[in-house]
Design a protein around this ligand. Structure first.
Ligand code: GLV
Length: 321
């Protein structure tokens, strides 16, 4: 008999077809709305596997509702929405999708950095709103990327891919990480430094660390004060790493120059968030890994982990904490 799984979001048809060849699949069919928590609490009860994304909170209560669950296969690299420790204690394996989204997320991070530095969204709106009267010497001027210093917080896979892009743009690279990455220092001339030095000397600060409670508000009032008044902060990791109220104050009071944000403490961000009133913030709806090829690869790995594990093999990409 086929093992039962529940898929929390509508996934590409080819991946769905592959899953049903091996498993008894039930899927939440709505395109744009995540499965409501009370529905998932019921659905999780008797399944062997779960295909989930970052929109579901798989906490202790959710996991405790599952009577047969053996694997939580997460279609994302970040897993802060899953209580991995509790799952593992219950003998449940958790998997994620490392590797396949590295380059795509680094691309988006660099795109956001450039869009913020050169005020691309603001300039586009300026034209569309009929404000463009003539070319003018000091109109919509931004910041240079070439020759500037980027400080990368988190030199993991995506941080390294971003550093390669930065090198190609002639940037000086600083980084702060739990451990030194000597091969990256050699390859790209990146310099390791402590967080305060990185904040004080970088023209661009890019956050690329995984979220855990230990890094909540890593960038708060004190850290923002350390940054240059001309600096740009880019976050494509997780929202809770920045204290958004402190960021709003720093941007409003021109203590830093601008921010590019793909992630927020609450997603979707409330439309009445003060951050959305500022012209010097570029905001995106968490699209770091959103290219067609990458999202298909992510769905494939998520499916392969379920199939392989529920058919008796080892998970391909288990989360080890
Ligand atoms: C997306 O945010 C991911 O963690 O893959």
């Amino acid at each position: 008999m086929k093992r039962k799984i529940y898929v929390t979001r509508k996934i590409p048809a080819s991946i769905y077809d592959q899953l049903v060849q091996h498993l008894d699949v039930k899927m939440w069919e709505e395109e744009d709305i995540p499965v409501p928590r009370e529905v998932l609490l019921k659905e999780i009860k008797d399944v062997d596997g779960l295909f989930c994304t970052i929109t579901e909170t798989i906490d202790e209560k959710m996991i405790s509702h599952a009577e047969n669950l053996k694997i939580i296969s997460n279609m994302a690299v970040g897993f802060n929405h899953i209580d991995v420790k509790f799952a593992n204690k219950k003998g449940i394996v958790v998997t994620n999708t490392p590797g396949v989204l590295t380059e795509t997320t680094a691309d988006l991070t660099f795109a956001l950095l450039m869009a913020t530095a050169r005020r691309v969204v603001e300039a586009s709106n300026y034209l569309r709103n009929g404000e463009w009267k003539s070319w003018s010497p000091m109109q919509l001027i931004g910041k240079d990327i070439y020759g500037a210093t980027i400080g990368i917080i988190g030199m993991g896979r995506i941080g390294q891919a971003l550093a390669r892009r930065a090198k190609g743009f002639g940037m000086k690279i600083l980084y702060y990480n739990r451990s030194r990455k000597l091969e990256i220092e050699k390859e790209l001339g990146a310099e390791y430094c402590d967080l305060d030095t990185l904040l004080e000397t970088s023209d661009y600060v890019s956050i690329l660390i995984p979220y855990s409670p230990g890094v909540k508000y890593l960038i708060g009032n004190k850290e923002l004060q350390r940054m240059k008044k001309t600096a740009i902060l880019i976050n494509t990791a997780r929202g809770g790493i920045i204290d958004e109220q402190a960021l709003y104050n720093a941007l409003k009071n021109k203590e830093i120059w601008a921010a590019g944000l793909d992630v927020f403490e609450k997603e979707p961000i409330d439309l009445d968030s003060p951050l959305l009133t500022l012209p010097n913030v570029v905001t995106l709806p968490h699209i770091g890994s959103a290219s067609e090829a990458t999202r298909i690869k992510m769905a494939e790995i998520t499916a392969d982990n379920l199939i392989q594990f529920l058919e008796g093999g080892d998970p391909l990409t288990p989360v080890i904490i």
